[in-house]
Design a protein around this ligand. Structure first.
Ligand code: 5RP
Length: 250
């Protein structure tokens, strides 16, 4: 069974992957027997899957099952022996706790998620649960959303370039704003698990406007399915710091 690398190895700083693992292992300590979990996607969430698999195999978490937020997570969870359920899979189904990484976390615990392309299923599952625990290394903490990269927006493939044009019209004039269709392999658009495309929106030095207003304007565009700003959804953020400490922010 692996152990959390919350402290730097002797003589060295923890790597980013060790920090991700430390945050993930801390989150898994919150899991109790019988819980149904939202299972996140990405390299940080992958550490939580591995840890859960270890504990399940050791018999330490009887009755725990998970709802995967992507096809990749579904395959990983199956491989490590986490029993899987589907969202809405039964009349009494309840997600007690979701554990997932994030691309950015702002001081109000708003998030950017979905640079890995799984934002729609993540938002559906993490929004449906009682508690949403976000696991990050300290590099993900930002003063404003959009500081370190794109805000992903999932759009239907039909008329995707038209929808891109509508998004450009709505946000034209905001400092440094530009948007593009995310590319996949061989010059084709990137395709999500839901068969949709991703528009990437960039803002110079992050979004300085009202996030809720930007969210509403995006969701009013026909052709937009969902976006990667997770506003006021995280109930806990676990941050692994380079100095070896792990902070739990509620
Ligand atoms: C995937 C996500 C991931 O949680 C996010 O991209 C962070 O990934 P990582 O843990 O690999 O840094 O939102 O859609």
């Amino acid at each position: 069974m692996g152990s959390a690398a919350a402290t730097p190895p002797p003589g060295g700083k923890p790597t980013q992957d060790e920090l991700k693992r430390a945050a993930a292992h801390r989150a898994v300590e919150l899991v109790e027997p019988g819980m149904t979990l939202g299972l996140g996607t990405g390299s940080t969430a992958a550490h939580a899957l591995d840890r859960l698999g270890d504990l399940l195999r050791a018999g330490a978490l009887p009755g725990v099952a998970g709802v995967p937020t992507s096809l990749k997570t579904e395959a990983h969870a199956a491989r490590v022996g986490i029993p899987l359920l589907s969202l809405g899979g039964g009349p009494d189904m309840k997600i007690h706790l979701s554990i997932d990484g994030a691309d950015e976390v702002d001081p109000d615990l708003n998030l950017v998620k979905g640079r890995g392309g799984s934002l729609l299923r993540e938002k559906m599952i993490e929004g449906a649960g009682d508690r949403f625990v976000v696991i990050v290394d300290e590099s993900k903490l930002v003063p404003r959303l959009g500081c370190t990269g794109a805000i992903p927006v999932e759009v239907v493939p039909f008329g995707a370039r038209h929808t891109l044009g509508l998004i450009r019209e709505v946000f034209d004039g905001l400092p440094g704003f530009h948007a593009r269709l995310r590319e996949g392999s061989e010059d084709a658009p990137f395709v999500t698990d839901n068969g949709n495309y991703i528009v990437e929106m960039f803002f110079e030095d992050g979004i300085r406007g009202d996030l809720r207003d930007i969210s509403d304007r995006l969701l009013r565009i026909t052709g937009v399915v969902e976006h990667g700003m997770f506003l006021r959804m995280a109930t806990t953020v676990i941050v692994a710091n380079k100095d070896g400490t792990v902070a739990v922010i509620n």
